[in-house]
Write a new protein. Structure first.
Length: 295
């Protein structure tokens, strides 16, 4: 079932677990993720960014696909527009059926970030859609942005930001970055800052740049308050490695079986991540039955 990201993250926040949000650009990625989540009784977030939509995963095809697959499942699924600073695109995606949008004003001056985030929140909430925003700035691993302390989220400023904007989830900068880290390097996460942010905000927090951060870091981040972990680079790597491995084993393998190998590999990848985030067995038949009886 397709729901707002807010409804999924609120439960994760209450019960202290994380939810995987995987950037997905085609049928194989979406189906692998949702089938894995269904089998693990885990909520899930499918997301896609503006450039990914422009290059391959057009919203006109992605939205109906996610809606159709979600309707077959018992688990809650959210469809999130990832990292968008264009208000026109945000409005278009809300009208198209996205259940959450992430307005990224982290590169803007603080007051401008607040003002534009408030506009997005006002429009989204009026249309039954939840909103994620970013404070601080989760930059690029190639630029070593994960180690630049001036980009990290300030807890005191975060209180003011959330109060002023009424966002439903906040992406925080605590030592991770997007893309590939230099070979052999795992980011150093500021867990003390994360704990302080969770203590003062008491709301769903989001970790961007989950790829390459290491299982131990991710698990610990969830323990200290992260409820949504964004995964893009590692998912795309997994898909590519499935194709490479299949062709190395069978050079004449046809396209259909290559697609099947990607879907199978991604399904295993997602299941593993779900266990790292401790989101498995959150939505069982008995729990659903119990919830329905109390409505």
């Amino acid at each position: 079932m397709l729901v707002t990201m807010k409804s999924i993250l609120e439960k994760a926040n209450e019960d202290n677990y994380g939810i995987m949000a995987m950037n997905s650009v085609n049928m194989e990625m979406i189906r692998a993720a949702l089938m894995a989540a269904e089998e693990e009784y885990s909520p899930f977030i499918i997301q896609i960014g503006p450039m990914q939509m422009k290059n391959l995963g057009h919203s006109e095809e992605i939205v109906p696909m996610v809606q159709e697959l979600s309707d077959r499942l018992k688990i809650p699924v959210a469809l999130n527009l990832d990292h968008c600073g264009d208000l026109d695109i945000i409005i278009k995606c809300i009208k198209a059926g996205f259940t959450n949008v992430m307005f990224d004003g982290s590169n803007l001056p603080y007051q401008e970030n607040i003002e534009k985030t408030r506009i997005v929140v006002s429009y989204a909430h009026a249309n039954g859609v939840s909103v994620e925003a970013e404070l601080g700035h989760v930059g690029q691993a190639v630029d070593n942005d994960d180690s630049k302390l001036d980009l990290y989220t300030d807890p005191k400023q975060a209180i003011d930001f959330v109060k002023a904007t009424q966002v439903d989830a906040l992406a925080v900068a605590i030592g991770t970055a997007h893309g590939n880290y230099p070979k052999g390097r795992i980011p150093k996460i500021d867990f003390q800052r994360l704990q302080e942010l969770k203590k003062v905000l008491k709301m769903p927090l989001v970790l961007h740049g989950g790829s390459g951060s290491g299982d131990e870091n991710i698990s610990k981040a969830v323990k200290y308050g992260i409820n949504k972990v964004n995964v893009a680079t590692d998912a795309f790597k997994c898909a590519k490695s499935c194709i490479t491995a299949s062709l190395n084993k069978q050079p004449d393998l046809d396209y259909i079986h290559l697609c099947m190998s990607v879907e199978t590999g991604l399904k295993h990848f997602v299941k593993s991540y779900i266990h790292i985030l401790n989101s498995f067995n959150r939505y069982t038949f008995s729990q659903e039955f119990k919830d329905n009886c109390t409505e």
